[in-house]
Design a protein around this ligand. Structure first.
Ligand code: ADP
Length: 269
């Protein structure tokens, strides 16, 4: 009985199909091999932080998932569906736009540079996706967007335009705009690195609150080590296009195994 109880959470975890599955994924730009035979499964609701030196392939990993780039070889599945079709070994066929659009609905992303629509107010920035992509009625989209803007602390700014907001506020709108689509996974790529230091905290607070939502997976590329440690279930350390080490925050930060990870972490001490 004791053993059964002890094993239950693990076996439940194992039975969950991953929401994202990279298999043997490589990506080259000309002669530059940016990602090398990458395998990665992301479980539904799992919070992953990706750390590693600049130029190690972190953004490329995310761009492949966002379908902004196609892998040179290997496969990526989202929710059990292939992003790109490998017709013959080594030949990656572009998936048709309709297929990609359907898959992209599962994925939300926010980058370092917020690209809000400058000519739309904040409410319209957030509600445009629910109306035009999800096909919600205007009333429903507005109600959902208002609720989202309340969550990120910007309900009093719904009539403002992006140019009237601070960098931190704009980034919070960008997060609201992505999360309002109810994605199964959110990608955050160095979302605080372009912000003035005093604005970083408010954006991290919003991400922290979102991380408390059990059902949405997150892939967070970050140099904020304390934050990664706080919110991630799993930390992945990438160097030179490969996952060198991965584990719980405790394993990665308190007991790093490889010299490369030790050297990388020493830079933050
Ligand atoms: P990171 O996010 O870890 O800093 P990136 O994924 O942005 O790393 O980049 C990894 C490597 O790939 C870098 O050497 C970068 O110059 C190169 N790279 C990324 N995108 C392109 C591209 N579109 N064309 C050529 N090289 C690229």
């Amino acid at each position: 009985m004791k053993i059964l109880l002890g094993e239950a959470p693990d076996s439940k975890q194992d039975s969950k199909e991953p929401i994202v599955r990279y298999r043997n994924v490589s990506k080259s730009f000309g002669d530059v091999h940016v990602l090398k035979e990458m395998d990665l499964d992301i479980a539904p609701g799992e919070k992953i932080a990706v750390i590693g030196p600049s130029g190690s392939g972190k953004t490329t990993l995310a761009r492949l998932l966002m379908t902004l780039e196609a892998p040179t070889s290997g496969t990526i599945e989202v929710n059990g569906e292939l992003l790109w079709h490998q017709i013959h070994a080594g030949k990656t066929m572009p998936a048709d736009e309709k297929h990609l659009r359907k898959i992209r609905k599962n994925i939300g992303f926010v980058f370092q540079h917020f690209n809000l629509f400058p000519h739309m107010n904040i409410l319209r920035n957030v509600s445009a996706g629910p109306i035009h992509v999800l096909g919600l009625s205007k009333d429903e989209a507005i109600a959902r967007s208002q609720e989202m803007l309340r969550k990120v602390g910007l309900i009093d700014k719904i009539d403002a335009y992006p140019s009237q907001l601070s960098g931190g506020q704009k980034q919070r709108v960008a997060i609201a705009r992505a999360v309002v689509m109810n994605p199964k996974i959110m990608l955050f790529d160095e979302v605080t690195s372009a912000l003035d230091p005093e604005l970083v905290g408010e954006v991290l607070t919003v991400i922290r609150e979102l991380a408390a939502q059990k059902e949405m997976a997150m892939l967070l590329i970050t140099h904020e080590m304390d934050f990664a440690r706080e919110i991630a279930d799993r930390i992945i350390f990438i160097d030179q296009g490969r996952i060198i080490e991965q584990g719980t925050p405790q394993q990665i930060f308190e007991n790093p195994q490889s010299e490369r990870l030790q050297a990388f972490l020493n830079r933050f001490l």
